[in-house]
Design a protein around this ligand. Sequence first.
Ligand SMILES: Cc1cc2nc3c(=O)[nH]c(=O)nc-3n(C[C@H](O)[C@H](O)[C@H](O)COP(=O)(O)OP(=O)(O)OC[C@H]3O[C@@H](n4cnc5c(N)ncnc54)[C@H](O)[C@@H]3O)c2cc1C
Length: 528
Amino acid sequence: MAALQTAATLGFARIGLQSAHAAEPDAVESAPAIVIGSGYGGAVAALRLGQAGIRTVVLEMGRLWNTAGSDGKVFCSTSAPDQRSMWFRTRTEAPLAAFLWLDVVNKDISPYPGVLDRVHYDNMSVYVGRGVGGGSLVNGGMAVTPVKSYFTEQFPTVDADEMYGTYYPRARAMLGVNSIDPAWFESTDWYRFARTSRKAAGNAGLKTTFVPNVYDFGYMQQEAAGTATKSALAGEVIYGNNYGKRSLDRTYWAAALGTGNVTIHTLEKVKAVTRADDGSYVLTADRIDITGAVVETKQYSCTYLFLGGGSLGTTELLVRARDTGTLPDLNSDVGAGWGTNGNTMLGRANHIWDTVGAGEATMPVMGIDDWANTDNPVFAEIAPLPMGFEHWISLYLAITKNPERASFTYDSASGAVKLGWSPAQSAVSVSMAKKLFDRINLANATIYRYDLFGPTSKVFADDFTYHPLGGCVLGKATDDYGRVKGYDRLYVTDGSLVPGNIGVNPFVTITALAERTMARVLAEDTAP
Ligand SMILES: Cc1cc2nc3c(=O)[nH]c(=O)nc-3n(C[C@H](O)[C@H](O)[C@H](O)COP(=O)(O)OP(=O)(O)OC[C@H]3O[C@@H](n4cnc5c(N)ncnc54)[C@H](O)[C@@H]3O)c2cc1C
């Protein structure tokens, strides 16, 4: 942590305890191991490599989020977003774009390497975090372990006993997962919204369950008591939390830098990967400044290459490498098996006597668990909608067991990697979510909100996901430990490995799988 703070204070784009192994201008900078991306998969890889004494360079396209702006805060507020909110935009693109059909949510901003990105493909957009910590900087912190039977269904070749006995517990401990005090949950006005949603689900005979989170609930209670600066209780979430959240920069990255073997280079986007005759991997990366201008194109080489750019970042790099011929032996499963984790967001209007409270904590702690319903498996996160006034809206992020999958392809004309997702594939998630929430509306004599997702009276947000998964699926594009097929010493450690759906919020699974990969790789591949 001290290393992160010092680096940030000094404005370094290169962060680490070790002395920099500086390259000559235009020379290739070499390291035994390189990690691309600093989300969950990248963080686990870097920490375990560093602990094994392997000098590791991490390349992250976003910035380090640790210096305060002119308002004294690192991250901007959700209600009055500024340039820090989004990745090179002139206007924010919040998931809930409207209230009463009015465009009152989004704001004009200056282009800047902000913390949240919305990546647009045909028929689907994907929200991702940008910066040291990846998605952990912007997400809701819900740290959910899937039911073992579904894990086995999705990963039939992985030893589930070992995952649930060793790697899930290891991931949860490292991530700082904790649970809300149930007594406080029942009494505080900050979670009235969740209790109201629980009551509505219960009226329909549906089960709700508490879910853990990485937000420090001890800190949250101090916020409520007025003894700590508010973050989750001040509406902060998708554009970053200034306090309270154990994002990866405070957990895995602090530990990784503490090994003295890990250096992070920020604002560097890897754009190509190839292999030299001696078997080393050669990377080309653009270093950008805060205007987005490329100020330098750098070359790196390494013996071991770990891909942690997330489902989109990693898959795009590998699809491009295969189809432009720089890594021609990648198999046809690279780019395939991608899904949205069945995400669909929706809102319901409660009766006037079923209030949700003027203040809502931004960290979800409860879900409607109907996954065991074989006719229509859905797990729905009871999501906050903090507007600072009573609005009677229950918001949900439904995770449905949508079996639809899509592929990424390289378009040689434009040089872009495209996603082949269709509206019909989103319609499957919508129809599953609708089946569940029709039941809740029927039991409570309530209706959907039609005004939250733009001017078209859309009820179900079917055009974005928070949970991109797949593209380099475990056991298909890679072996059962994330080793990329066709190439030795090349690994995937992020959400690309998960076959499109995991039935709950995914980061604990991504972290646990990465822990499993690193344990195996360090035991077998890097041993002298
Ligand atoms: C608003 C929001 C809320 C969410 N809430 C939850 C939740 O409550 N619980 C949960 O489990 N999940 C949640 N998620 C999803 C979760 O954050 C992701 O599943 C998780 O971050 C994915 O981890 P990853 O390691 O695969 O990649 P990421 O965390 O996406 O990290 C990838 C990193 O690589 C960098 N990168 C990509 N390409 C390159 C490149 N070419 N060169 C250099 N760097 C690159 C990116 O900038 C990024 O920092 C949420 C997501 C969002 C957007």
